[in-house]
Design a protein around this ligand. Structure first.
Ligand code: NAD
Length: 307
């Protein structure tokens, strides 16, 4: 591949200003630009948040997200366009966000914040507050995100179990199940954390059967993709007290529609798909792009290659 230019697409604006990435990549030995309506051709690399039909004219597209489920990868393969993603950069931010959700539920912080808004000085019943040590967390998907969660949860003394395709041991999990044993894996866990990609196999994976296998004092935390969970089954499980609550960063439809009952539920924390973001996000993306520009020029295989 002969690279002549790197184009930062304006879709990255969802996370950061394109200009900060152009600046972070200014040490590259080729032009880095962010034109309004780029006329793309062979020789162009595009850095983008989401797909655009014009990208099929470029040589290489780098997605600034780990999840590339919105990209038509078959069309990229047919057109000979290389696609890379940003897996590997979100472990710290997601790990800390998930710890934050778990601590919030354990210590009742979401409830106290709601009461603060109403200037209400009111304690929670004694038996509702708990600590994380010795509580079990089941991490479904033990890649970058899952490892970031498992490492931090075990540092707090939590009992970490996991689910991964291979079922192979993980250094921060006491026990690892294969996906066919999801029900067994989630039973007895105070928190079930979803950190796996959205694929044909994982769409709707978390269903009424999963909620039935969970404890009525347990919480679902989804920082992966909304469509991995059957949303109607989740709403019903929350309404019926089958599970205690949920922290949701991702949704089948984003932004979450105003009419969604999830907004109203006191035991649900809604965050706008930001659990993986920090102010150094553009620098982490720049490191991945810089590495692959060097590899392309050296004729080496690309890192994080999807197609
Ligand atoms: P990764 O590739 O490092 O890890 C994914 C892991 O999930 C892999 O180990 C894979 O083997 C495993 N997996 C796949 N199918 C599985 C299944 N059926 N059961 C159990 N495990 C399975 O990817 P990552 O960087 O950890 O990201 C994972 C996903 O999280 C992404 O695809 C993306 O959709 C989502 N994500 C969300 C945010 C956010 O801001 N909320 C940020 C980054 C990633």
């Amino acid at each position: 591949m002969e690279l002549e230019r790197v184009v930062v697409h304006d879709s990255v604006e969802i996370i950061f200003d394109p200009g900060v990435l152009v600046e972070a990549l200014s040490d590259l030995p080729l032009p880095v630009e962010s034109p309004d309506d780029p006329d793309l051709g062979a020789g162009d690399a595009v850095v983008a948040f989401g797909p655009h039909p014009s990208f099929l004219d470029a040589s290489w597209v780098h997605c600034i997200r780990a999840g590339y489920d919105e990209f038509p990868i078959d069309r990229y393969a047919d057109a000979g366009v290389v696609l890379t993603n940003s897996t590997g950069i979100h472990g710290t931010a997601i790990g800390e966000s998930v710890l934050g959700y778990m601590l919030t539920f354990a210590r009742g912080l979401h409830t106290f914040r709601d009461r603060q808004r109403a200037r209400e000085w009111e304690r929670e019943p004694y038996e509702t507050l708990f600590t994380l040590d010795d509580e079990r967390v089941c991490v479904v998907g033990l890649g970058t995100l899952g490892s970031g969660v498992a490492e931090r949860a075990s540092a707090l003394g939590m009992d970490v179990v996991g689910v991964r395709q291979s079922g192979a041991a993980h250094e921060h999990a006491r026990r690892v199940h294969t996906p066919d044993a999801l029900g067994e894996a989630v039973s007895g866990a105070r928190f079930v954390v979803l950190t796996l990609p959205l694929t044909e196999e994982t769409e709707g994976l978390v269903s009424r059967a999963t909620f039935d296998a969970m404890d009525d004092e347990s919480y679902l935390i989804n920082v992966a993709r909304g469509a991995i969970v059957d949303t109607d089954a989740l709403v019903t499980a929350l309404d019926d007290g089958v599970i205690a609550g949920a922290a949701l960063d991702v949704f089948e439809r984003e932004p979450l529609p105003e009419t969604s009952p999830l907004w109203e539920d006191d035991d649900v924390i809604v965050t706008p798909h930001t659990s993986g973001v920090s102010r150094r996000y553009h620098e982490d993306v720049a490191t991945l792009v810089r590495t692959n520009v060097r590899r392309i020029r050296a004729g080496e295989d690309l890192t994080n290659r999807v197609v």
